[in-house]
Design a protein around this ligand. Structure first.
Ligand SMILES: NC(=O)c1ccc[n+]([C@@H]2O[C@H](COP(=O)([O-])OP(=O)(O)OC[C@H]3O[C@@H](n4cnc5c(N)ncnc54)[C@H](OP(=O)(O)O)[C@@H]3O)[C@@H](O)[C@H]2O)c1
Length: 325
């Protein structure tokens, strides 16, 4: 089968199309013939040598796919050969075939294409786990998502809005601002024009927000803590501006703020399976009713994977970049 190898750590030119034998599913795994694979920022970090895959997962990139079930392990029930599915992987999605524990596989929501379905798992699992499971976001709470136009951000805006929260986001351009407002954000603050702390304090009548999901960190951290209301939750999912910060922890104590974070990729198949069940129950109906959708920025054939990575690193994209196989 064809797959994309990271030949050494470096720029997008280290990604090369190669050939190897088809993987075989173990007893509790499913073999998927991949039709489309999502590109995620962690793939870029892995290519640069900054995000090694967890033990036991393929060394080549790809955290999510959509495709057709080719074969199933003897302990798998509830799926059939030929079924159209999407799946969350710990690696190995940039390929013609992949194997994945059945717990991480979901049927493609009715009416969605392979390309759209491949753009779902990584961001929907991450947002659900962090904002709803860890952050326990409630109806009518106010939430701030940094990186609002990212794959993660466009999913978070839609999920938080549909479950009744008021969503604020930060973005780097007016084009991204408009896209986030169209998706349901109450306010999108272009951080190149305005200070996000001042802007959100003023938009919320000084009440601030109840929950922040932050992929930026660095000098955002102290402003995040200042913006959180009583019993606010600050959840880290990445550190695009670096993992170190100076902050006033007196406010954490006074406002009883919870600071936490998580990474999805190294978690167990049981953990991921619980998220899959909740997504299927609570989110799939909205996808099928077209009330929410994965936002597709661009699509590249797998042979042009380097161009797809360049597009992501340009930071010009809005939503998801997808490879077709
Ligand atoms: N913890 C987890 O389990 C988990 C899972 C998946 C992803 N992630 C992380 O979540 C983040 C988003 O992933 P994604 O795949 O959705 O990525 P993405 O679509 O590439 O989005 C990243 C966005 O971050 C913004 N950005 C980049 N550099 C920045 C900087 N220095 N300061 C401020 N903003 C910056 C850019 O938007 P602007 O131009 O608007 O700034 C960019 O569009 C990544 O950092 C990824 O590693 C974490």
């Amino acid at each position: 089968m064809k797959y994309i190898d990271i030949t050494k750590s470096g720029g997008s030119n280290v990604l090369k199309l190669k050939h190897m034998g088809k993987p075989l599913p173990k007893k509790s795994e499913i073999l998927i013939k991949v039709k489309a694979a999502g590109v995620n920022r962690p793939d870029i970090l892995q290519r640069m040598g900054l995000y090694p895959p967890p033990k036991g997962s393929p060394l080549y990139p790809g955290l999510e796919v959509a495709g057709i079930i080719e074969s199933i392990g003897e302990n798998v029930s509830g799926f059939s050969i030929g079924q159209q599915v999407c799946a969350l992987l710990a690696g190995g999605g940039y390929a013609e075939y992949c194997v994945v524990p059945f717990q991480q596989v979901l049927p493609i929501p009715d009416g969605l294409s392979m390309i759209e379905a491949a753009a779902i798992p990584e961001t929907f699992f991450t947002v659900w786990s962090n904002i709803f499971d860890i952050g326990k976001l409630k109806k009518n709470e106010r939430v701030l998502i940094h990186g609002g136009s990212s794959g993660i951000g466009t999913t978070a805006i839609q999920l938080c809005s549909i479950f009744g929260s008021e969503v604020y986001v930060t973005v780097g351009s007016d084009e991204k601002r408009n896209a986030c407002i169209d998706l349901g954000a109450k306010e999108a603050i272009n951080y190149n024009k305005e200070d996000f702390y001042e802007s959100i304090i003023s938009h919320t009548d000084k009440r601030g927000v109840n929950l922040i999901m932050d992929m930026v960190s660095g000098d955002y951290v102290n402003k995040n803590i200042k913006l959180l209301s009583d019993k606010g939750r600050l959840i880290f999912i990445a550190f695009l501006k670096g993992p170190k910060a100076e902050a006033n922890f007196g406010l954490v104590m006074q406002k009883r703020i919870t600071i936490t974070g998580s990474t999805l990729r190294p978690q167990s198949k049981i953990f991921k399976g619980k998220i899959a069940k909740n997504l299927y129950k609570y989110v799939w109906p909205y996808l099928e009713q077209k009330k929410i959708r994965p936002i597709i920025d661009s699509v590249y054939p797998i042979e042009k994977v380097s161009e797809a990575h360049d597009r992501m690193e340009s930071n010009r994209h809005i939503g998801k970049i997808v490879l077709t196989v």
